[in-house]
Design a protein. Structure first.
Length: 611
């Protein structure tokens, strides 16, 4: 419907301008504009003396008599590694600065029955593994998809979903929440936003739209600029974070495996001196790696580019050579849907469009190919270097569980990283970060790093609480941090470590440290499983079952359980072992055992750092 002079308070010139502008606006722009106008009106009302406030001109239109929308906002986050938690805290701060009353909660701490009372709900949630909710989001996810879920016709909500486009079920948990809230009658404040691993800009835009939408319907609330939200997303106590990593000097880089081992596990010590970066046991270190030089050279040769040609590497217009851009700035080992879509547009005859239309074939390519495979298989040679790299996503940081206590090693951070190497389709393949650390980083070099706080993997507040730690392979890293912390603080609680790897003689990581802690009483009990030393493979879950009676007794005494390592198999096998122990030793049914573990998770007595 067009505006007319006769049906609006505008003159002819204003009507013509508005009729040209309004049809071109997106939904987000209209929402922002309405909030902006509301803010101007609120500001003018506050600033003007009472005797100068004039009545609105009579236009023949009845004033809006709808009651004001609630200024209470609930922010819920579901987080495995801490990204959603961090963003939620910063969003809550911005909402409070706008005069809104904010309730901030982990989904694991939120009582689902309270949903009926909420009018404004903001959800920030990541997706874990193959489309699964993070651990602390599972109870709410299950509740909403059960018959107990209430109708939510009065609810206004929005979802920010975090994910990784290199996984098949990208942002699936966020999509699940969005779909289910809509099915239950909720109305979207602003559309859901799905974020890839480089989420800062998309998160800032979503926050801006949310704030504008709430401003437009909440009396007295003002709008906020994208720049202000971006600052909030990126801010922190230290000047160094994910968007501004600290260049940490490498102090030590050692191979922990013995001679003759099939494995290579690096123990890396980094200096944080001068960074003001701080961490706690259970946190992770983000490391920005470089791609393998050989893969970069092969890709440049396959595309027929000049390695010295200059290309743009960021939105600021900064440039670098093609070789440097592919080495340090862009991901070239993973095939993601957005990248393939862009390359299909650049080379319409390549067959990539047909690949995208075949879900099964695309999944196969995504799970088994890198960009060089794609170039060979779909004859992409001929795409200009600048256009090609513009289609790529930034190289993401790799997160590693911190293997040190800052109380034991002030101004240092230690990592335990296993090198990944294998052959596929006649070519050697490399774990991007693990092989970078193993082959091309020495003492004296620097690495761009940041601290990723993880509130979902923390020692008990009570130092007398017993802890059970299950960490095969490099999954043992955070437990070196746990025990170092307990040694320094003099904690009295019992500690039990289950550790496993292939061979006792060559693969017993940090063996002398565990033995010292056992001798000193910092580590009460340790059980090991070396799967290749016996005819029948034995893993950590088998050792747990062998000690089921004592393990159950520890649980009854209030012990907290921590699992770290492989999510696809180990974590599921350990969970199944715990279920079996509860059934055998506690006489529980399978349903009761499941409820017992769910209760432990809710009480933060069952925590996992799995990948």
């Amino acid at each position: 419907m067009e505006l007319q002079v006769t049906n609006s308070p505008f003159n002819q010139e204003q009507v013509e301008l508005l009729n040209r502008l309004i049809p071109t606006l997106t939904d987000g722009q209209r929402t922002w504009l309405s909030g902006y106008i509301a803010a101007i009106q609120a500001s003018a009302t506050i600033a003007a003396p009472a005797n100068l406030v004039q009545a609105a001109p009579t236009t023949g239109i009845a004033p809006d008599s709808a009651p004001p929308v609630s200024r209470e906002v609930t922010v819920l986050f579901g987080s495995q590694t801490g990204n959603s938690s961090g963003l939620s805290k910063k969003l809550a701060k911005k909402l409070e600065e706008q005069g809104l009353q904010v309730t901030l909660s982990s989904m694991g701490d939120f009582k689902p029955n309270g949903l009926k009372k909420i009018e404004n709900l903001l959800i920030i949630v990541s997706t874990h593994g193959e489309g699964e909710p993070p651990d602390n989001a599972i109870p709410l996810h299950e509740f909403l998809n059960s018959k107990r879920a209430p109708k939510l016709e009065g609810l206004r909500y929005s979802v920010l979903a975090l994910g990784d486009t290199s996984y098949e079920f990208f942002c699936q948990t966020g999509k699940d929440f969005d779909k289910r809230l809509q099915e239950l009658g909720g109305t979207a404040l602003v559309p859901r936003v799905d974020c890839d691993v480089d989420f800062d800009e998309a998160a800032a835009e979503w926050m801006n739209e949310v704030l504008a939408s709430l401003s437009s319907t909440s009396t007295g609330a003002s709008t906020v600029t994208t720049e202000a939200v971006t600052a909030a997303v990126s801010g922190g106590e230290s000047e160094y974070d994910r968007t501004n990593p600290f260049k940490a000097e490498v102090l030590e880089n050692l191979n922990l495996n013995g001679r003759g081992s099939d494995r290579e596990t690096r123990h890396i010590e980094l200096s944080l001196e001068g960074s003001s970066l701080d961490y706690e046991p259970g946190d992770s270190l983000g490391v920005f790696p470089e791609n393998h030089p050989r893969l970069v050279e092969e890709l440049i040769a396959a595309m027929g580019w000049n390695a010295d040609e200059r290309v743009t590497v960021n939105k600021n217009g900064d440039q670098a050579s093609v070789q440097e851009a592919l080495l340090r700035y862009f991901e070239i080992t993973a095939v993601t849907k957005p990248v393939v879509e862009q390359l299909a547009k650049l080379n319409p005859g390549s067959g990539l469009t047909a690949l995208l239309a075949d879900d099964s074939e695309f999944r196969t390519v995504m799970n088994s190919c890198d960009l060089l495979d794609l170039v060979h298989d779909y004859n992409l040679k001929g795409i200009p270097a600048g256009e090609f790299v513009a289609a790529l996503r930034k190289i993401p940081a790799r997160l590693y569980s911190i293997a040190s206590s800052s109380k034991s090693f002030p101004d240092e951070v230690h990592l335990t990283v296993r090198s990944v190497r294998y052959e596929a389709r006649g070519r050697e393949r490399y774990g991007v970060c693990s092989v970078h650390l193993a082959e091309r980083i020495e003492a004296g070099d620097t690495l761009p790093v940041y601290i990723q706080h993880n509130p979902n993997f923390k020692l008990p507040e009570n130092p007398d609480t017993p802890i059970i730690m299950v960490g095969p392979g490099t999954g043992v890293a955070p437990f070196r941090s746990f025990l170092g912390e307990r040694e320094e603080t003099g904690a009295e609680g019992k500690t039990w470590l289950f550790y496993g790897d292939q061979h006792f003689a060559t693969d017993f990581l940090y063996q002398t440290e565990w033995q010292r802690w056992l001798k000193d009483g910092v580590l009460t009990k340790m059980d090991v499983a070396f799967s290749r030393d016996t005819e029948q493979k034995v893993y950590v879950q088998h050792r747990m079952l062998e000690h089921s009676k004592e393990l159950y007794q520890w649980l009854q005494e209030g012990a907290s359980v921590y699992i770290c390592g492989d999510e696809k198999k180990m974590a599921h096998d350990v969970h199944a072992a715990l279920t079996t122990i509860l059934e055998q030793e506690g006489g529980l049914s399978p349903e009761q055992a499941s409820e017992y573990l769910t209760r432990l998770q809710h009480e933060k007595r069952y925590q996992r750092d799995v990948y």
